[in-house]
Ligand binder design. Sequence first.
Ligand SMILES: [Zn+2]
Length: 280
Amino acid sequence: MSQPPVLTIAAVYAHPDDGEFFAAGSLAKWAKAGHRVYAICATRGDLGSKRPDADPEELARTRASELGKAMAVIGAEPPIMLGFPDGALREHAAALRERLIYWFRKLRVNRVLTFDPWRRYEIHPDHIEAGRMASEAAAFSCFPLLHPAHRAEGLEAVQPQEVWYMMPADHRPNRVVDIAATFDTKVESLLSHSSQIEMLASWFVPGADPANLTAEQQGQLRSGARDFLTMMSKASTGFAPSLEHAEAFFAQRVGPGHFENYQEMFQELLGVPASAPEIC
Ligand SMILES: [Zn+2]
């Protein structure tokens, strides 16, 4: 019996904690199955605090180390930090695309996970640009004449097979991943982002000082995070009721310079219900 192929999977984020809500369970499952899993984080996350006295440099270092912890929890490779300034990906879109093509070629990426840049009500420009540039990079990294400096470094053109969009809010997903076995890992990976606990604490432990949580409040935070991620699972298991925990995606097949699952894409554009999602 032939072994299933080992995939190289790159999750492209705008900020260090972007994947924890939507994809960490799937990434952990794939890492466990022996695939190579990377996070490529576009920005330094240096605006990610509501404290006016926060030091952006220190915040960037902290957040890089938090993503490192989360990826270790997931069983993935150490993260690749591209170092663009937080909140400014729109101004750096072309440079971001070049860096993503570079890393897709260097890692020989088969599958890309990222934000859906066409999602309605997505207000964060970094999320839109990360998704847009990751999609373009997946479609264009196969053209060897694009960025010849990469070839001079010994990197060959590569053709990623699919782009998986996290949380497909506008339409039915076509992939639903069963994450029952990695749900606990997903909770832990989310809680690895200590600097972002301020936000979680305001949701789950109102009135608490996020920097000085008591043991009881820590427990409340953990169970709040678990309940929140369970609620997100429920939204996804609506498409696959037999599953206890799931993450949903809309996967596009990548062709040179374009997407190529035309029938599914046209059905989607015309609002014709797609076929049932693939459970994986
Ligand atoms: Zn973000």
